[in-house]
Design a protein around this ligand. Structure first.
Ligand code: DAH
Length: 360
């Protein structure tokens, strides 16, 4: 019996040690410890032994079972480690190799332009601010000096949410990024220098209008801010954005309820091979709305307009992208047509062209 046990132990341990794979380990476990297993069989014999015999054989058989169980676990662990090492070795990528296929995805021109704008304005000390796309009437209109009966409300083709229980129409899809001006002035202490890019919504659709489009808002609130600061900022921004020094601006008196005085900004273009190219002054294209923040707007946000002044501007991001990259149908921006995206999209590995700094 003793020699049998010793023999069994050394046979089993040798086989476990030699097991080539996890399947072999499992087969050996069943062979030794399964229902019909050799060790299970030995354990069953304990019941038929005399107490003296059992006292002698019990510890031996249990010891054998423990040794075999431990050896199985150990072999399993080491096989698993070997398998992992092999996988890691097989899946190693040499990151220093050049990419031999172009990544399939591309960056949408709107995202690219938003990144470029953030880069340019970050260089000028502007932070990026955001606000909700579902706005309330106060932030979208009232605080911006567009009271209930104001005709500008009708001009915005607003998407309203169903009226509240009390009959008031509180919520709407923001029609411009200007409410972020309000949210920022209410929340932060001046001096303030922010841009707010984002989606806006109007019930309008043709070749130059889509129900959802993108705007970027700019706001500066400080002491002693003048129209001169506004003009310099816009000029610096447009030169950096279009990557040209021959950008000519024309500030045309205009009207926005939230600015006084207000100006629409035109940028000069030249005609090259029958196509309009930004730069020069053969003709003018409107690119921005702007002005000095209306004292009523500053006061609505709880600031003293005698102490704080500022300027604001707003423009369409999609329109800027069209002008810079020569696209002519706004609707194509939102069609998700892969051919268009491949043609106009940017490589995912591209960083904004201006990350070297304004004018770089
Ligand atoms: N919110 C205006 C619009 O959607 C654009 C605009 C004009 C924004 C003048 C401004 C501004 O901040 O000063 O048409």
């Amino acid at each position: 019996m003793t020699t049998d046990l010793e023999q069994l132990r050394s046979d089993l341990l040798a086989s476990i040690d030699a097991a080539a794979g996890l399947d072999a380990v499992e087969a050996l476990r069943v062979h030794a410890l399964g229902k019909q297993g050799a060790i299970t069989g030995l354990l069953k014999t304990l019941g038929g032994m005399s107490p003296e015999e059992r006292q002698e054989q019990g510890p031996r058989i249990h010891g054998l079972r423990e040794a075999v169980t431990a050896a199985l676990a150990e072999r399993k662990t080491s096989l698993e480690r070997l398998a992992l090492d092999a996988r890691l070795a097989a899946e190693t990528l040499d990151m220093t190799l050049p990419v031999d296929s172009v990544p399939a995805g591309s960056v949408h021109p709107v995202s690219q332009v938003m990144d470029e704008l953030a880069e340019i304005f970050a260089d000028l000390g502007f932070a990026v601010a955001t606000g909700p796309e579902i706005e309330d009437d106060w932030h979208n209109f009232t605080a911006l000096n567009i009271p209930e009966s104001h005709p500008a409300r009708a001009m915005h083709d607003t998407f309203y949410f169903p009226p509240e229980a009390d009959g008031t129409q509180k919520h709407l899809l923001r029609t411009h990024t200007s409410p972020v001006q309000i949210r920022t002035m209410v929340k932060d202490k001046p001096p303030i220098r922010i841009i707010a890019p984002g989606r806006v919504y109007r019930s309008d659709s043709d070749a130059t209008h889509t129900p959802m489009f993108h705007q970027i808002e700019g706001l500066v609130i400080d002491k002693g801010i003048t129209l001169g600061h506004l003009k310099w900022t816009l000029e610096t921004f447009l030169k950096a954005f279009f990557e040209r020094d021959d950008i000519v601006l024309r500030l045309r008196p205009s009207y926005f309820p939230f600015t006084e005085p207000s100006a629409e900004v035109d940028v000069g273009y030249s005609v090259v091979n029958g196509k309009r190219v930004i730069g020069g002054s053969e003709g003018w294209m409107e690119v921005l709305g702007s002005g000095m923040v209306h004292p009523k707007v500053i006061a609505a946000c709880g600031l003293d307009p005698n102490e704080w002044q500022g300027f604001a501007f707003g423009t369409g991001v999609d329109r800027l992208a069209m002008l810079k990259y020569g696209m002519d149908d706004l609707r194509a921006f939102f069609d998700g047509d892969l051919r268009w995206l491949r043609h106009y999209g940017f490589s995912a590995l591209d960083v904004p062209t201006l990350s070297g700094g304004v004018g770089a």
